[in-house]
Structure formats: C-alpha cells, structure tokens
Design a protein around this ligand. Structure first.
Ligand code: NAD
Ligand code: UDP
Length: 345
C-alpha cells in the first residue's frame, strides 16, 4: 500500500526536491510550510515535473493542533522534518527566534506525532554538529562539539532531544541525517535554491554574481592551511541528498531507535576550485575578492559517507560539474527565483 508522508518545510529548497523524489518514488506527500523562506510556486512546479499531486497546507510546525489534525486526517506514517531557520549570521543576532523555531518546532512536532501515534521521523541535521572535526574525513562516531553559533546549537540540541526520546520509547524510529554542503538544483531547471535575502551560502552567491545580480564573491579567507589557502567543503548535489532521504525512509521499517548518517559526497573542494569550475561550466566570469575569514568558519571538512553506503545503499552519484551546471540552469532560467511566477495554489 502507498505510504503517506508529511514534509515539514516542504516548500523550501531541500524539502521541495524531497517532495519531488518522494512523489516519483510512489509516496503520497503532504506538506506543511509557513512560507517564511518557502514558495508555493516551488510546490506547483514539483507537481508539474512529477505529473502527480501533493497536498499542501500553509501552517507552522509550532501549531500542535494543526499538526495532529494533518497527521491523523492524512493517515501519515512518517515525517521528514525540514522546517527550520538556517542562517548562521541571523541566529547570532536573534537567537531566541532560532531556538523557538528550530527547538520549539521539533518539540511540538514530536509531541503531535506521539499523540497521533506516528513514530517514524527523518531529521535534517548538519555537519555543523561536528564543530572543527579532529579527523577528516568525518565519521559519524566523531565527537560532536559545542557549535559556535545558535543555529548549530539548535541542531545539536534537537539531535539530543530525539536521542532521549528514542531511548525512552521503543516505538520511535528516527533517522538523523547530517548534511554536508547541499548545492545544485533539479536537472529540469524548474526548481532550485531561492534565498529571500542576499545569500549566505557560497553556491547561490556565486550563481547570482554570474547572472549580474550581485557584483563579486567575497572569499572569506585565503590564509587557511589548505593547498590554495581557501576553505574546503564537501558539496553534495541536492538530488543525491534527497535520494538519501528516500533510502533512509525505506530503512526505517526495519530500524529500531535512533541512528545517524552523514550525507556527503566524500570529497572536498576549495572555494577557488568551486568558482573556477563554475566559470567553466557556465561560460560566465565570476569576479571575486579576498576578505577576512568569516567568524566561526573552519578550514576544511568533508564526510566519510561509507556508513550510508553500507546501511542505506546510498551514495552520491553526481559530481561537482553536474552540480554547478544544474545550479546554473536553474539560476539563469529563474534570475529572480520563483518571484516572477509566485501565485497561490
Ligand atoms: P529552506 O529555508 O529553503 O527551507 C526550510 C523551509 O521551512 C522553508 O520553506 C520555510 O518557510 C519553512 N519553515 C521555517 N520555519 C517553519 C515553521 N516554524 N513552520 C513551518 N515551516 C517553517 O532551507 P533548506 O536549505 O531547504 O533546509 C532544510 C533543512 O535542512 C533545515 O532544517 C536546515 O537547517 C537543514 N540544513 C540545511 C543545509 C543547507 O545548507 N541548505 C545544511 C544542513 C542542514
Ligand atoms: N564562502 C565564501 N564566500 C561566501 C560564502 C561562503 O568564501 O560568500 C566560503 C566559506 O567560508 C566556506 C565555504 O565557502 O569555506 C562554504 O560556505 P557556506 O556558507 O556555503 O557553507 P558552510 O560550510 O559555512 O555551512
């Protein structure tokens, strides 16, 4: 029988790609999103690409009543929890909003799930929980460390809350997925990353410089102990990333308790390598200048994704050039993101 899943934050960047992958894998999909950083046009396009419908509700994950109703009315069997705020800088300026949304939201969600008898959960965590890892590539058993910013704290606290929950009640089956650096877009160019503000992340910033919307990339630090002095990260194609969620969801059937998987490609690229590769793929020049290191950044980090391969049968299939090519197809076809086509569905 078809399984029904609820995606919190399903109108956002990763959630919309996950909604598409789940529809294409035969799941029935229900989305709740408060649209602080999501778009109804993304959901319209997801349905267009899939040729299938999803159910969507504008609402907040801190609204326990609404969640319970959705879980029960739609016969939800599992939840993928993407909803949250993700700007590191903003979390430093406004920590309470971040704790409220990310911790309060996860707490309300778990309570509503418990009351509705739904115990399967896939949680969006982040490599930020490793802090500055002692060994690279990073394995899941690497100690987590106290992140320097409230955003990172919310991810670590949510992981701990979920781990306590799974320990207290054997009915829970929880997959914690630690994302490295999601990037790129669906190959159709119809859905992609559409930040409301000036982007914080490297890839959307580079793309917007290439379209002329922004002037030049500031490279945060060229004095790191890396081969070219710029920071190294593990960029993972968003379509690979969401396929990891489908694999984790399928495994929850046979899992007990909580388990953690890294979702990364398993190799790192420097900021300069990314910019040069983007120029090659797009045929556009991307101006940049060197700026001081960004506070809280580490020199380098990439995943050991072998646990996900062993246990979920998942690994990243798409390389850097494909990721950048897909990011560029999306950005060049939609220089203003979804804004030109935003409507209510
Ligand atoms: P996004 O901002 O594009 O998507 C998040 C969605 O959640 C948005 O559509 C937003 O409107 C919605 N939302 C926020 N608060 C909500 C609330 N209280 N109730 C209902 N909806 C709410 O972000 P994304 O890049 O798709 O990230 C998804 C998840 O993955 C987040 O939890 C994020 O912290 C995590 N993550 C992202 C990255 C990354 O680089 N993109 C890396 C690691 C982890
Ligand atoms: N970066 C940069 N300029 C930018 C944004 C990011 O040089 O405008 C660098 C950043 O210092 C890091 C890498 O690009 O080395 C990836 O940063 P991002 O914010 O995308 O992800 P993070 O790894 O910080 O979560």
């Amino acid at each position: 029988m078809t399984m029904s899943v609820l995606l919190t934050g399903g109108a956002g960047y990763i959630g919309s790609h996950a909604a598409l992958a789940l529809l294409q894998s035969g799941f029935r999909v229900c989305v709740i999103d408060n649209l602080t950083n999501g778009s109804t046009e993304a959901l319209r396009r997801v349905q267009e690409i899939a040729g299938k419908e999803l159910h969507w509700v504008e609402g907040d994950v801190r609204d326990g009543h609404l969640l319970r109703r959705l879980l029960i009315q739609h016969g939800i069997e599992a939840v993928l929890h993407f909803a949250g705020l993700k700007s590191v800088g903003q979390s430093v300026l406004d920590p309470l909003t971040y704790y409220d949304n990310n911790i309060g939201g996860t707490l309300q969600l778990c309570q509503a799930m418990s009351e509705a008898g739904v115990h399967k959960l896939v949680f969006s965590s982040s490599a930020t929980v490793y802090g500055d890892p002692a060994t690279i590539p990073v394995v899941e058993s690497c100690p987590t460390s106290s992140p320097e910013n409230p955003y990172g704290q919310t991810k670590l606290m949510a992981e701990r809350m979920l781990s306590d929950l799974a320990r207290a009640d054997a009915r829970w089956r929880i997959a914690v997925l630690r994302y490295f650096n999601p990037a790129g877009a669906h190959a159709s160019g119809l859905i992609g990353e559409d930040p409301r503000e000036i982007p914080n992340n490297l890839l959307p910033y580079v793309s917007q410089v290439a379209t002329g919307r922004l002037k030049a990339v500031q490279i945060f630090g060229n004095d790191y102990p890396t081969p070219d002095g710029t920071g190294i990260r593990d960029y993972i194609h968003v379509v690979d990333l969401v396929e990891g969620h489908v694999s984790a969801l399928k495994r929850l059937k046979n899992q007990s308790g909580l388990d953690v998987w890294n979702l990364g490609a398993g190799r790192g690229y420097s900021v300069l390598e990314v910019i040069k590769a983007f120029e090659r793929v797009s045929g556009k020049s991307v101006d940049f200048n060197y700026a001081p290191r960004r506070s809280g950044d580490i020199a380098q980090c990439w995943a050991d994704p072998s646990k996900a391969w062993r246990e979920l049968g998942w690994k990243a299939q798409r390389g850097l050039e494909e990721m950048l090519g897909d990011a560029w197809r999306w950005q060049s076809a939609n220089p203003n993101g979804y804004r030109d086509d935003e409507l209510t569905i």
